[in-house]
Structure formats: C-alpha cells, structure tokens
Design a binder for this molecule. Sequence first.
Ligand SMILES: C[S@@+](CC[C@H](N)C(=O)[O-])C[C@H]1O[C@@H](n2cnc3c(N)ncnc32)[C@H](O)[C@@H]1O
Length: 334
Amino acid sequence: MVPLSLAKSLASSPRSAEQCSADEATALFRADVLYGLSQPQKAVPPKYFYDEAGSRLFDLICRLPDYYPTRCELEILKARAAEIGALAGPGASLVEFGSGSSIKVRLLLDAMAAPAAYVPIDISGPHMRAAVTRLAEAYPGVAMVPVEADFTQSVRLPPLEDGRRVGFFPGSTIGNFTPEAATAFLAHVGDVLGAGSALVVGFDLAKDRAVLEAAYDDRQGITAAFNLNLLARINREVGADFEPSAFRHRAFLNGAESRIEMHLESVRQQEVSIGRHHFAFARGETIHTENSYKFSADAFLAMVRHAGWRQHAVWTDPKGWFAVAALERDGEGR
Ligand SMILES: C[S@@+](CC[C@H](N)C(=O)[O-])C[C@H]1O[C@@H](n2cnc3c(N)ncnc32)[C@H](O)[C@@H]1O
C-alpha cells in the first residue's frame, strides 16, 4: 500500500505514522499541536478529540435531541439494510472506517448473508476494543478483527475470506475533510478495499442554519464538553498548560464554505506553554478544531466519481436532512 499524503482538512504537521507505537503516536500528537498552534489561524486536527473521554462524549452527542445526523442515518440504514445486504453478497467482510461504538454496523450485519468478518478501524483503541467485545457476543459467527490506526494513513487490512469487501463509513465523518481531502480519502479507501469492493458512506446535507447550529451547540453543553476535552487531553499527553475554563466552545455555519466550524475561543488575553514553546492568545482568538461539511447530493457524487467509485444508490431520510450513498468499485475483486 502506498502511504497516503492527504491534504488535511485542518492544519497538521507534515509528519505521519502508520499503526504506530504509543510513544510515536504521542510524538506525532505533540508535533501536530505545535504545528497547528503556530499557524495564523490556530488549529488542531479533529482526530484528536477521540481519547476515551472524547469517545464517550461523542456517544452522548449521538443521543442528543438536537443531534439529528445519528437518528436520520439510522432511519436510512434500517430502511435500506436489505438492499445493502444484497449489495454485499454472501460471505462478505465489512470494514468500518471510524467505527466508534460499532452501533450502526449491527443493522448491516443483521442484513448480510453469512458475513465473514468485521474489521473496525479506529484511532480510539480502547473504546473500539470494548465495543468489539460487546459485538462479538452478539455475532459469534463473524470474525472480529479490530485495527487501531489512523485511517488517513497507510492501512493494511488483515487477511480476509474470499467474499466481497464492503467499506462502511457512517457518521458523516467524511464531512470533517475539505472536499479535496474527502476526494483523496475516498480514493484511498478504494485502494485499501481493492477492486470489486463496495462502500456505504453517510454524508450530511445542506439545510437550515438554525437546525445545523443547534446540532453542534446543544443546550446541555455536551458538544462544548467534547470540544473542551481536547485541551485537557493536550495538557495530559503533550504537557501543555491550557486552562480549559479560559476557553469557550463556539460552533457556527460558515455559509460560504457550506460547513459547520467548531472553535475554542479564548475568553481573555493569555499565554499557553508547551515546554519551551509559548503561544499568545488575544481575547476572542480561536483554535479551529473541526469542520463538518454539508453537501448537496450532486456535489458529493461528483467527488465520489473523481475518487473512482460508481454510484449504486443514494438514499435520504424522509426529511431530506441526511444521505447514505452505496458505491461500487470496478474490477474482479476477491
Ligand atoms: C464522528 S465519529 C463516528 C462514529 C461512528 N462511526 C458513528 O457513525 O456514530 C468518528 C469516529 O472516527 C474515529 N476517527 C476520527 N478520526 C480518525 C482517524 N483519522 N483515524 C481513525 N479513526 C478516526 C473516531 O475515533 C470516532 O470513533
């Protein structure tokens, strides 16, 4: 597999690592934070949200009344599970990119004929492994092969049976990439899965500002806690001295870019240190922590075609708020 050089959606250091050791992962995290905080618009890549606390907070976000993406996507997957099962065919292996708590995959496994294996790939290792332990009890006939890795890097799949390889990329995580990086990532997924594979990917649709902003700035403050947890993680793992109470969560629609942006805003002038590195913050200055792009189906499908995938189907929920695309890659496959 050729290492992938992706244009990242947010500032990231030029270094990369493949399924690296804990020490290497910490060194890379430190390098990404130092690089991101040195940019004119300070930024930290969103993949660092997901330590154990961050993964648990994301699960709570998924249950919030205002957070429609999870509900809408589950609705689509329930309605279309049989079609996805038919697309996969018998004895297929399911590879999930960013599997989190592996909840949605149950709908697919239930609909597939004798699925051979489930390969969740996630950067949040302990959270993923706990989810897979629960899943294995419910699906004793399916080989569970978790891979703790950064899916934007070169990922080696374990040896798999001869059935079709089906990628699953739900949660609108694709929206965390810029459109250029999303296209590169979809091509990378095609390389990882190989010729003749299929891919089921969830993406969020453009909609009313009030609906979007409520989903990313809930009244209970769970998304704020998720965003601010990043500072606690940087303090703990990288040795920074952020004072989380001196920052506040901000989420807003950037209409020109058709994306929700999440930031951490400094409530006062301050300085933050990481070893011998010092970063000045003006009052109101922000760290950009996440983009979540909202697409039209046409724009999304144009990206998909550029990435070498063919459309099998695109489904939306009854409100037309969220979409799931089922895609295929040409070739003989396995
Ligand atoms: C938005 S959540 C989606 C979780 C789940 N798939 C769902 O639909 O509810 C994103 C997931 O991707 C994982 N993740 C984010 N960036 C990643 C990366 N670069 N490599 C591997 N996993 C990543 C996170 O740990 C998290 O579990």
